[in-house]
Design a protein around this ligand. Structure first.
Ligand code: NAD
Length: 364
């Protein structure tokens, strides 16, 4: 039995979490996995009730979970609160408390959306890679840090165990995919990058069935838009990953299509990349597909149910093939649907695919 803690948060976080729950229940039913769901407040909704964006109860529920699902936090209402009380402060606290050092963002375009990206169709066809970003160290956390009228200073530092643990995750993930890791750094200029590169190559000795190559970050940025098909797993540090994952995100065409996973040694958290979208909150207009694809990642990475994850992704693809579109991905000639309708369609496609695969296995 798995225990999933749900943190819907604010705005459309609530709507897309409701969609995620529907999918979790469907997978639980068809794959015979017992799943316990426990919901807690986070962000502005937690501040309104408890005066803090995240309570100790919410944190301890997460400590007792097999996986956490987060919707999104934030909204105009809480914009003027002191920094530590803002909804977004809860995210940083949660990620730190759970030791989530590895952030995974897939860059994959569903075939029916090939025309909605700003990149050319022929460049995007069959692109399927992930950006694995180190999330809890590097220049964003390094000390000393300061600025005054005359200077500004930050420190980019990595310790051996920090590089080792993220490199191991990269190789393990690549083993389940196309067995290729591209480690991205700036070793021609930065000592910290040369160190990163050395450690990644040491770790690689345990994973020689996986192909490893190195790439400078400036070239990687160019290659992601020039020939993204060459990548399988991009492994990189916090700062470079921040930038590269956003570039890679454009491949999917819309914020509403971008899922993510953050993993630690013990805990894992899954969330759509988008925010709480106050402009469309409460209107049943939000695209639930990023949240649904985040659930697919949960079944894959936390519960080892890759077949369920694949089925969810195929069901998303089928719904798009039938031209169902929420407002953010709508184009002429398609059928405009609400959050609930899109969710319902993905569930129907999931059920159809499940039955057709089950019959296939039976016939064989
Ligand atoms: P946003 O991602 O909420 O919205 C940006 C634009 O994209 C909006 O026009 C919105 O309507 C649209 N959009 C986003 N997700 C969508 C979806 N699933 N379906 C359809 N359209 C979608 O970013 P923002 O407007 O800069 O931020 C709003 C609030 O969210 C802020 O308070 C911000 O701090 C917070 N935020 C939270 C997270 C998080 O919880 N992880 C991430 C980013 C921003």
């Amino acid at each position: 039995m798995y225990k999933i803690v749900l943190l819907p948060g604010d705005g459309i976080g609530n709507e897309v979490t409701a969609s995620a729950v529907e999918i979790i229940k469907t997978v639980s039913k068809y794959f015979n996995v017992e799943i316990q769901l426990e919901e807690h407040l986070i962000g502005g909704s937690s501040y309104d009730k408890y005066g803090t964006p995240i309570t100790d109860e919410t944190l301890s529920a997460c400590y007792n979970s097999d996986a956490v699902f987060l919707g999104a936090v934030g909204g105009f209402k809480w914009d003027n609160l002191p920094h530590q009380l803002k909804p977004e402060a809860a995210l940083l606290k949660l990620r730190k408390a759970l030791g989530l050092f590895a952030n995974i963002r897939p860059a994959k375009i569903y075939r029916p959306l090939l025309d909605s990206s700003t990149l050319k169709k022929e460049v995007l066809e069959n692109v399927d890679f992930i950006v694995l970003r180190e999330l809890t160290s590097g220049i964003y956390f390094g000390e000393p840090r300061m600025f005054d009228d005359m200077h500004g200073l930050n420190t980019m530092i990595y310790h051996k165990e920090e590089v080792e643990r993220i490199a191991k995750i990269a190789f393990k993930i690549a083993r389940e995919r196309n067995k290729k890791v591209t480690s991205v750094d700036k070793a021609n200029v930065l000592e910290v990058s040369q160190f990163w590169r050395n450690v990644v190559h040491q770790v690689h000795k345990e994973f020689e069935d996986v192909q490893l190559s190195d790439m400078y970050v400036d070239n990687a940025a160019m290659q992601i838009v020039r020939n993204p098909k060459q990548f399988d797993v991009i492994l990189t540090s916090n700062l470079f990953g921040d930038i590269l994952s956003d570039i890679a995100g454009m491949i999917t065409g819309s914020l509403g299509m971008l899922p993510s996973a953050s993993l630690g040694t013990k805990y894992s958290l899954y969330e759509p990349v988008h925010g709480s979208a106050p402009d469309i909150a409460g209107q049943n207009k939000a695209n639930p597909l990023a949240a649904i694809a985040s659930v697919a990642m949960m079944f894959d990475y936390s519960f080892g149910l890759k077949s369920a994850a694949n089925l969810i992704n195929e069901a998303i693809s089928k719904s798009l093939e039938e031209n169902f579109r929420t407002t953010d991905i709508y184009s002429k000639g398609c059928q405009l649907v609400s959050t609930n309708e899109m969710t319902k369609s993905v569930i129907e496609k999931f059920e159809e695919l499940f039955h057709s695969q089950a019959i296939g296995v039976f016939t064989l």
